[in-house]
Every structure is written in structure tokens, then in C-alpha cells.
Ligand binder design. Structure first.
Ligand code: PLP
Length: 399
């Protein structure tokens, strides 16, 4: 271990709150799919932050856009017009493909918080004060702030922080009858990830999302999709719901939106967004000109480089390679996902060992719990980089 890393670990352990169990590596540089540590050692990044750097590390057009804006104007507040914000909103609505409006914040959890407030305001306005319950899925993840955590369907993450925000019910994913039963008169919205990410890469079935759309229409509730992890061509389409052929009323975005700089966004169809009036919600930093310049440059490059198409093709190649390993070695009992959002269940509960040994061989992957591996590489990932991953996985899962 280098002196620099040793010092960093010592200071981190003395001064940082213990909210993360970190790997003992310090990354100092990135380029596309590659990361470099402080010793100059090269790694292939199959996590992208956690589904953040969709364009790859250190993309020059994002760096240029941010540098240009940083030397002109960084911040004035949302009480004034600034460059790039309106353009970014127009781009997002264009990608969404319906008449909609946007609110900018700084993270996924904040986008979820904004969605919860919007849904409650909308329920109260259209159907009366008691209409404030949000139905979410068991196993879901919507963030760490207290209302987003209350929406999250993972009791292990919630227990220490009770009492939670009231007004959330949870139903098993892909169980249409359970969803139907949960749609009582006080439900203002259904909140779902099209593919559960932190929960272990579990997609909604087509029939489930279609039923959720129909039930929301019948009961006058909003369908709100958390696309924080699935957005920006991660699954092939600009947003994962576009692969399902349904349109949500509300959508949350963050992670890849500015290729690594912190930003979140809430989109809502025009008539839903209309229930927010000045003073209802806000954010000091949300929608600043530098971050919006980064996001516009990110979207431009993701489109220009056809990375959605690449995510589909290379994602299919990755899943097929993982299936082959599963058949030949029995190391995986399940392979799932869409585009370059892929998960496997390990036959043995050794996810930590497998990620550690992969890292030691220069491949960065992510463990969820004891038995799930998740792969979320930058969308610039190539088939030959997938081959390297597959070789390493064979080595580290072999007897
Ligand atoms: C689907 C989903 N929603 C919300 C969040 C929270 O985002 P953030 O960590 O930016 O607050 C995450 C983070 O992993 C997520 O995957």
C-alpha cells in the first residue's frame, strides 16, 4: 500500500463519519472505462460510480462545458434566470416525449422528496386532504433522506431511524393482485423503479407496469417512476419506461444526468406539475448554470455517441457470457437485467470475496448483500472489455 493511501486511510478513520465501508484503493484518475489508482495501476470500471458515469470517466466535452461556465458564472440563485437551465429542461422534456415540466435539485433522494411532496399536493388538490398515501414496492430503494427512506421497501435500512414518515405502504414487486388491493381511496400515487437497482437488479415485468398504469388511471392516482438508476440510456432507451411502452405521470432522475456532478431532476406531466406554485418547493443549488451546462453536454454526447445502442448490444453480450458461465460452472443461479444494468445471483454467498478478488485483478464490480453481483459499466464499454470481466469472474468464482 502506498504512503499516500495509508495516510488517507488514517485521516479518514480519524475524521470521517463511518457511513461507508470503503475498499482500500485510492482512485486518482479516470479515462473512459478505465480508472487509475495512486500507484498508477489500471482498473476496468464495471460500476461507474454507482451507475453515474454513463459517458465514461473524464469526458472532454463535459469537462469543457463545466470549465467554460465556471469561469463565467457559478451561482446566483433560483430567483434569476441563468444560462443552460431552460435549455436542459427543454432537452429532458423532449427526451420524455410528453408535455411536462421540470424541477432541478441535487441528488436522487431530493428528486424523490420532491416527487412525494408533488404527489401529496396533487392528491389533496384533486381528491381531498386524506388522499396522501403512496404505494411502493418491497425491495425498492429511493434514497437515504427520511421521506425517501420511508418510501424505500427495505426494513433493514429503516429500522434504526424510526419513526418513519407515515403514508407509505409496500407491496411485493410484480404481484398485480397485491397492487390492486393496495389501491385504496387514500392512494395518491404508486412509486416504482422500472428495474430495482439497489435491491439487486430486479425488473418490473411488462404486465406489472402495464397494470400499474391502468390501476393508476382507474383510481385517479399518479404513476411515479424512479429512474434515478435506470435513466440516461442505461437500459438502452433514454428512460427505461420507454422500453415498456408506458408513460409515467412523474419521473425522478439523478445519477448519470451530469456524468458525475451532483444533480437531480423531477419531471411531471404538465397538469400534475401545475399543482406546485411559487413557494411550494425549492433548492439553493438546484439547476445552477455550471451543473446544467454539464448535463446538456452529457446528453449531447450520450446521443452523439449512440450509447443507448451500445448499452443494448454490449449488455446482451455480457448477459450471454454470464449465462455461459452459469451453465458451465454453476457459479451463478440467475442472470438478469436490461442493457448495461445487469445482476447475477451467486450460487454461494461470497459476493464480498468475489468483488475483493476482482478488484485485486483490476476489475471493479459491485456486491449487493452476500449473494448478488451488479454490473453497471460506463455505456462506452466494449465487448472485449466484457471478455476481460468474464475471464476474471471465471477465475475468482472457480474452485
Ligand atoms: C432508484 C434510486 N433512487 C434514488 C436513489 C438515491 O439517489 P442519491 O444517492 O443521489 O440520493 C438511488 C441511489 O442509489 C437509486 O438507485
Amino acid at each position: 500500500m502506498s504512503d499516500v493511501l495509508e495516510e488517507a486511510i488514517a485521516r479518514d478513520e480519524s475524521y470521517m463519519m463511518r457511513t461507508y465501508a470503503r475498499n482500500r484503493v485510492m482512485f486518482v484518475r479516470g479515462q473512459g472505462m478505465r480508472l487509475f489508482d495512486d500507484d498508477g495501476r489500471e482498473y476496468l470500471d464495471f460500476v461507474s460510480g454507482i451507475g453515474v458515469v454513463n459517458l465514461g470517466h473524464a469526458h472532454p466535452s463535459v469537462a469543457d462545458a463545466v470549465c467554460r461556465q465556471m469561469s463565467r458564472l457559478v451561482h446566483v440563485s433560483n430567483l434569476y434566470y441563468v444560462e443552460h437551465r431552460d435549455e436542459l429542461a427543454q432537452r429532458l422534456v423532449g427526451l420524455f416525449g410528453e408535455s411536462a415540466r421540470v424541477f432541478f435539485c441535487n441528488s436522487g433522494a431530493e428528486a424523490v422528496e420532491a416527487a412525494i411532496k408533488l404527489a401529496r399536493r396533487w392528491g389533496r388538490t384533486t381528491r381531498g386532504e386524506g388522499c396522501a398515501t403512496i404505494v411502493a414496492a418491497e425491495g425498492s430503494f429511493h434514497g437515504r433522506t427520511i421521506a425517501a427512506l420511508s418510501a424505500t421497501g427495505q426494513p433493514s435500512k429503516q429500522e434504526a431511524f424510526r419513526p418513519l414518515v407515515p403514508g407509505f405502504t409496500h407491496v411485493p414487486l410484480n404481484d398485480i393482485e397485491a397492487l390492486e388491493r393496495a389501491m385504496t381511496d387514500d392512494v395518491c400515487a404508486v412509486l416504482l423503479e422500472p428495474i430495482q437497482g439497489e435491491g439487486g437488479v430486479y425488473p418490473c415485468t411488462d404486465a406489472y407496469l402495464e397494470a400499474a398504469r391502468r390501476l393508476c388511471d382507474e383510481r385517479g392516482a399518479l404513476l411515479m417512476l424512479d429512474e434515478v438508476q435506470t435513466g440516461f440510456w442505461r437500459t438502452g432507451q433514454a428512460f427505461a419506461h420507454q422500453g415498456y411502452g408506458i408513460v409515467p405521470d412523474v419521473m425522478m432522475l439523478a445519477k448519470a444526468i451530469a456524468n458525475g456532478l451532483p444533480m437531480g431532476a423531477l419531471l411531471a406531466k404538465e397538469e400534475v406539475a401545475a399543482v406546485f406554485t411559487p413557494g411550494d418547493h425549492g433548492s439553493t443549488f438546484g439547476g445552477g448554470p455550471a451543473i446544467c451546462a454539464a448535463a446538456v453536454a452529457t446528453i449531447d454526447a450520450l446521443e452523439a455517441e449512440h450509447l443507448g445502442e451500445n448499452a443494448e448490444n454490449v449488455g446482451a453480450y455480457l448477459r450471454s457470457g454470464l449465462h455461459t458461465i452459469a451453465e458451465e460452472t454453476g457459479a451463478f443461479t440467475d442472470v438478469r437485467g436490461c442493457g448495461l444494468m445487469v445482476g447475477v445471483t451467486l450460487a454461494k454467498p461470497e459476493a464480498r470475496r468475489v468483488t475483493d478478488e476482482s478488484l485485486a485483478r483490476g476489475v471493479v464490480i459491485n456486491a449487493i448483500g452476500d449473494s448478488t453481483l451488479r454490473f453497471l459499466p460506463p455505456l462506452v464499454c466494449t465487448a472485449s472489455e466484457v471478455d476481460t470481466l468474464l475471464t476474471v469472474l471465471r477465475e475468482v468464482t472457480g474452485e
